[in-house]
Design a protein around this ligand. Structure first.
Ligand SMILES: *Cc1c(COP(=O)(O)O)cnc(C)c1O
Length: 473
């Protein structure tokens, strides 16, 4: 197996161990409530971890979105906020950082990633258009649909198999894409929607070779190629590690080479870019930028703040620079792997190979006795919380939502519970506690019964849906 998880980071590779490239300057106390109290909290939250109060959570692995720890430099940057309504100096720092590290010509701030997705979708998608992508992302697809488009998943088949060890399971299947172009016509495809890494597939990376082939194919058909750059710095790590010719290139160099193959990008800066709130949208095309710069005023704010304060733009500019450091990325992904390695040693079923930002428990293999319509991944998130106060989230049938044409549940092949690791927040000892809790839930797996959905909101239902436990079978 070419990309087997190392047993311990140093030993198996015959190297000395390394540690996080930072030390802790300020601490935030954690609280653990009793199992009884957790049971009550879970019931009040309708068995949905999104509806728990964070005070009732011990180790919070709900998401890596906006949950990272900022550096001392970023905190210092907050004090340099220029809160002028227009033309804040912090905007120009942000613009410069995006141009330097991602390489796009035109930059707009947005309040977060979905703000950018909304703008790009409204600007270039017409009703009846088709948007191919490497697996869907919840907010990305919804904005494409709200603009009148139809999303098509053209990711490689391996992405849907949690046991397939291919190194680049985020790649697009070019044959599937060609077929779609033939079927609907290139003129009905405003852009190809490429994401690196692919969150819903388990944080799986896209190869540079695939991006290059996509660039060639889309250019040939006159179709734009836009990038969801949310975790693209982490994606660059996998290219450095696995793709021939990249071992000696820096994360920053790889990131830039990849982005240079695309026409623009949107970003949830709450992920790779190490801030608690923020996003941006960047394109090379002058005409599209003109349209976007006008739209941003309607939905987000003036084009030099787009829903962000000056201080937040400053922290983001600094965060971008820190996020492409090789030491940072290695430690970040190393911690995710450490947790994956413990669970693999205990034969707990997880998505392999381990991706960039999270461990994805394979709820279908965890609970083979619970049918998908009884929400196995949601059940597992609830059981984990009950066991230890560790908060995870569902990435399965609840997240997938309903088919807009038939109204039936979409039934994704992947039914996963995600343990998402915030950046620079928890220590290795926290990972040990998490692994032991997962193990305890695994040992008690036969007792789990599944859930019924008793309240279902119309949009992005997984955030606010409520559930009730099913009785004994
Ligand atoms: C989080 C995320 C988004 C949406 O960004 P928000 O900042 O949450 O609005 C878009 N794409 C991907 C891949 C994400 O992970």
């Amino acid at each position: 197996m070419p990309h087997e998880i190392p047993q311990t980071m140093g030993q198996q590779l015959g190297r000395r161990s390394w540690a996080e490239p930072w030390k802790i300057k300020m601490v935030e106390p954690l609280r653990v409530i009793s199992r009884e109290a957790r049971g009550r909290a879970l019931e009040e939250a309708g068995y949905n971890t999104f509806l728990l109060r964070s005070d009732d959570v011990y180790i919070d692995l709900l998401t890596d979105s906006g949950t990272s720890a900022m550096s001392d430099r970023q905190w210092a940057g907050l004090m340099l906020g220029d809160e002028s309504y227009a033309g804040s100096r912090n905007f120009y720092h942000l613009e410069e950082a995006v141009r330097t590290y991602y390489g796009y010509r035109h930059v707009l701030p947005t309040h977060q990633g979905r703000g950018a997705e909304h703008l790009i979708s409204q600007a270039v998608i017409k009703p009846g258009d088709h948007i191919p992508g490497n697996m869907y992302f919840t907010t990305t697809r919804l904005h494409q649909e709200l603009a009148g488009g139809t999303f098509h998943d053209v990711i490689v088949d391996a992405a849907h198999d949690p046991q397939d060890l291919s190194p680049f399971k985020g790649d697009m299947d070019l044959a599937k894409l060609e077929r779609l172009i033939e079927e609907v016509g290139a003129e009905r495809i405003p852009y190809v929607s490429l994401a690196g890494t692919v969150n819903m597939a388990g944080g799986q990376p896209v190869s540079m070779a695939n991006a290059r082939a996509l660039r060639e194919l889309t250019t040939r058909h006159g179709i734009r190629l836009f990038l969801d750059a949310t975790r693209m710095a982490e994606n660059a790590f996998f290219i450095q590690e696995r793709e021939p010719g990249y071992a000696d290139r820096t994360i920053a160099e790889i990131l830039r080479e990849f982005c240079d193959l695309t026409d623009g990008a949107w970003m949830s800066a709450k992920k790779d870019n190490l801030v608690n709130i923020g996003g941006w949208l960047a394109v090379n095309d002058d005409a599209i930028f003109e349209e976007l710069r006008n739209l941003v005023v309607v939905y987000e704010g003036l084009h030099t703040y787009g829903g962000m304060s000056g201080r937040d733009m400053e922290a983001l500019a600094i965060g971008i620079e820190e996020s492409v450091s090789d030491d940072h990325i290695r430690a970040r992904i190393g911690q995710v792997r450490y947790l994956g390695e413990l669970l693999t040693d205990w034969d707990v079923p997880i998505v392999q190979p381990v991706g960039g930002h999270a461990i994805f428990l394979d709820a279908k293999r965890f609970y083979p006795h619970i049918p998908q319509d009884a929400f196995p991944a949601q059940t597992l998130a609830a059981e984990l919380y009950l066991d230890s106060g560790v908060r995870s989230m569902e990435r399965g049938i609840a997240s997938a939502g309903r088919d807009p044409s038939t109204g039936d549940h979409m039934r994704p092949r992947l039914e996963l519970t995600r343990l998402t690791i915030p950046r620079r927040v928890y220590t290795q000892a926290h990972m040990d506690v998490v692994a032991e809790s997962v193990k305890a839930a695994y040992d008690a797996r036969h007792r789990a019964r599944g859930l019924a959905m008793v309240y279902e909101p119309k949009y992005l239902r997984f955030f606010q849906a409520r559930f009730e436990p099913l009785g004994a079978a």
